[in-house]
Design a protein around this ligand. Sequence first.
Ligand code: SF4
Length: 215
Amino acid sequence: MSIATGSQSTGRPPGIDADTLAYELHGNCYLNITRRCTLRCEFCPKFNGTWVVQDYDLSLGAEPDADQLVAAVGDLARYREVVFCGLGEPTLRLDVLLEVARRLKERGAHVRINTDGLANLVHGRDVTTEFAGLIDSVSVSMNAQDAPTYERHCRPKLEGAFDAILDFVRKVKVHVPEVTLTAIDGLPGVDIDACQRTADELGVSFRRRVLDVVG
Ligand code: SF4
């Protein structure tokens, strides 16, 4: 995900005792469906002492079910889009993600996933076919122009992660109308122009992100 650091230490801020399942930013509704990740990004707030993102505590006690998430979204008319994006990788909960997406699509939502692009590697199959008709937009955090730079910053637990992202993008663009690769400008060794060229070669959009800004 894109991130912003808050001022709180690990755990909930004083006075906040409920899980943040949905949070509003930029006119969008963001859904926080898991705290688990495939990566251990060295720039991530949760690996730097806080689960607070722009005053929202994303630490999650228990993982919410589909009913809880749909209820947390509330009135869709308030939002441009619903985005699966918390301090965890949403595709790790693929079944819940797709169920929530299906129910929101039935009500006319525009649905985006912000992802690490490792779902096919983690699940051991091509899951992108399951996105068809449910997901409108996928934003994939490529984060670097090559595997060594990616591994330095994102510290993947699985081998072959960088190549798996590129393969995921080739597959997902068949099933999802809008696919965007992103990288964070300002991380040491990250060549934003080279990342843009990779996106061009893959035939998808590219967005330069700014460190510490949610998007
Ligand atoms: S994928 Fe996102 S939530 Fe997970 S460790 Fe990296 S920055 Fe943090």
